[in-house]
Design a protein around this ligand. Sequence first.
Ligand code: PEP
Length: 257
Amino acid sequence: MRRYLAAGNWKLNMGPAEAVTLARKISMGVLGMDLRGEVLVCPPFVSIPAVADVLEDSVVHCGAQTCANDAAGAHTGEVAASMLAEVGCSHVIVAHSERRTDQRESDDDFVAKIEQVHDAGLIAVFCYGEQLEDRKAGRAADVVRAHLEGVLPRLTRAKADTLVLAYEPVWAIGTGETATPDQAQEIHALSREITAGLLGPGVADRMRILYGGSVKPDNAEELFSMEDIDGGLVGGASLKADDFLGIIRGAQAAAGA
Ligand code: PEP
């Protein structure tokens, strides 16, 4: 079984003071747990140094929610992956549906960002998934295929090998509506099959594929117990220490702890 990753995406929440309090509660909460996977929190940029500091001696990792397409230069407002590495990040989320929509980021952006993340020695968490209208029209599998085919074949084997995938059906993000374990498993198995075709069976077998979309303490174990679901990317429920710790306990139970 693959080691799970339980990742919290704090989005536009948690300035430095609140973020430190939450990070402390999470790191205290996992103390003494024999973790069968990894735990990651992704605060907003300004809170990263303080959170990374608090987590320095913790098993909980700190990551970022995006990064620049470039390593340096005249790109006002951007933050480079190497800078994120310098302040203690281990992972960077790429292609979250909110950035696909709000910032109109494209496959070209995602390839550039994943390359930057990898070159900085960090791990990219690449998000993809269909909108509600796609699912209703029976196009979920086509959208997932297009999202993966638009990016994965353009990565070098080394970059692809460290990638984490996060299937996030957009209709389940922040809506309280969760894909059923069977619905999620179907797309995860398809994602692994597509990845095997694009990058080879070895890479596909090793690749962690997270599920994201209204993961909560009471559905985490069931979701993460599915064969091709290797943990979760969690938005709302990662903002409350008790809920996020409940999700980690669900992941632990799914991992047989
Ligand atoms: C997300 O934003 O990646 C997400 C899955 O959010 P939520 O858990 O709130 O649905």
